[in-house]
Design a protein around this ligand. Structure first.
Ligand SMILES: Cc1cc2nc3c(=O)[nH]c(=O)nc-3n(C[C@H](O)[C@H](O)[C@H](O)COP(=O)(O)OP(=O)(O)OC[C@H]3O[C@@H](n4cnc5c(N)ncnc54)[C@H](O)[C@@H]3O)c2cc1C
Length: 407
């Protein structure tokens, strides 16, 4: 019997789990399995500074190779966990080798939803943005004067649009919903972000879906849109959401429901197997939630480390998220699920705004656009359980600190 911790997935959560366990002075053997050929790295810059060419890859990596040797963390890259044999507590890798585990952690992340081949998704020049390889291919395509179609007006699509404009491309974003950011943010936030993109000459077409991509010699050359129009393009970026990598867990008979179902201790339906990050669906306010953010990946993974090292505290997500577009920093605290009221607060300086979300009168989240003060204050209010006075909140000249004194 081994007490080895095997971590499947060498990304944000996988690395955080190994690092935290070592920080807790836990000495059990650790093996991380990673399908990619790179040491664990952060993904957010892939559609921000890395794509802009302003950040080298070694700055994306969490730690250099030496760290793994120094901390006695075995890492096997460019290989794939293919099967989990729960009865014998073994993981079978793509090359047929077998690893024994005492504890198993699934940190397999998520995969971008692909455009079906039937509508041109398999043409050359059609990209997603998930890993280093995608970003490198995209960076090669981003040359001044070229025309890019971005399918999907979510954060990934809008960040790619901002980088493409910065690099001098002609950019069209199509969004089949009524507005951009429909799934993740209020109308007020979407309106502000739309104005910012349009002021940078991005063409945003809402309520417009893709009928199909048209190819020439196997490469995308045009897009037929749902409003009957056709536009010529040089390449396309698909940003229409992600699906959790839960297949391995499903095949092993673990409970799966749009993600690997875990309890508040990040434990799956098998007590020897944990899951964290994009692939896990966890309890939330009487229901379930799957989060796609750095904060959740790191905090949930660190919670697993603490639990397997003997801790007893449950993990409670305290969501925060950010997005960089042009010189605009959007920071989000809380989770706006089920909001029924919003309040737009003008910030103290030009271009600063915040959108405050309420559900049944209770403050649940804030989007701060170039307004760090609103973000910090909102985050603190959420942590302290403060329900801010809306009259004070709506007054852009009021000092938010007075709301923090509220109880
Ligand atoms: C372009 C981009 C921009 C983003 N921007 C932000 C942002 O601004 N703010 C924010 O909070 N979040 C952002 N995110 C989301 C954030 O990066 C993810 O939520 C986070 O990486 C999730 O961590 P994870 O460990 O769950 O998954 P990942 O970091 O995706 O790691 C999972 C790893 O597991 C590997 N894997 C999967 N299956 C197997 C297998 N069977 N065997 C071996 N390896 C396997 C995958 O190849 C991958 O390397 C962004 C994501 C992307 C792609």
């Amino acid at each position: 019997m081994t007490d080895r911790l095997v971590i499947i997935g060498a990304g944000q959560a996988g690395f955080a789990l190994a690092a935290k366990l070592r920080a807790l002075k836990d000495t059990r053997p650790i093996t991380i399995i990673g399908a990619e050929d790179a040491l664990p790295y952060q993904r957010p810059p892939l559609t921000k500074k890395y794509l802009l060419g302003e950040m080298a890859f070694d700055r994306l990596m969490f730690r250099p190779e030496q760290w793994y040797a120094d901390n006695d963390v075995e890492i096997r890259l460019s290989t794939w966990a293919e099967q989990i044999k729960r009865e014998s507590k073994q993981v079978v890798l793509q090359d047929g080798s077998v690893l024994e585990y005492g504890t198993l952690a699934l940190t397999t992340g998520s995969t971008p939803r692909a455009l079906p081949a039937a509508i041109g998704g398999d043409l050359e020049g059609v990209y997603v943005a998930r890993d280093k390889r995608d970003a490198d291919l995209l960076a090669d395509e981003m040359r001044p004067g070229r025309r890019v179609l971005i399918i999907g007006g979510g954060y990934i699509g809008l960040e790619a649009a901002a980088v493409a404009r910065h690099r001098g491309l002609e950019v069209t974003v199509i969004e089949m919903a009524d507005r951009i950011l429909q799934r993740v943010a209020a109308k007020e936030t979407a309106d502000i972000m739309r104005v910012i993109h349009e002021s940078h000459d991005v063409v945003i077409r809402e309520k417009t879906g893709l009928k199909r991509l048209v190819g020439k010699d196997g490469r995308v050359s045009a897009a037929e849109l749902s409003d009957g129009s056709t536009i010529g393009i040089d390449f396309a970026i698909v940003g229409i959401g992600v699906v959790p990598n839960d297949q391995l867990a499903k095949e092993a008979g673990l409970e799966v429901a749009n993600g690997i179902v875990v309890d508040e201790y990040a434990r799956s339906s098998d007590p020897a197997i944990y899951a964290a990050g994009d692939c896990a669906v966890q309890p939330w306010e009487g229901g379930q939630i799957r989060l796609e953010s750095v904060q959740n990946a790191v905090d949930q993974a660190e919670a697993i480390a603490t639990i397997i090292a003997g801790g007893t505290s449950p993990y409670e997500p305290k969501p925060w998220f950010w997005s960089d577009q042009y010189d605009v920093k959007l920071q989000i605290a809380g989770f706006n699920l089920g909001y029924d009221e919003t309040l737009l607060r003008p910030g103290g300086r030009e271009g600063a705004h915040s959108v405050w979300y309420f559900r049944k009168g209770v403050f649940i989240a804030v989007d701060a656009i170039n307004d760090a003060k609103a973000y910090v204050a909102g985050k603190k209010m959420l942590e302290m359980g403060i329900n801010p006075d809306k009259a004070i909140l709506a007054d852009g000249s009021a000092d938010l600190k007075q709301l923090l004194a509220q109880s």
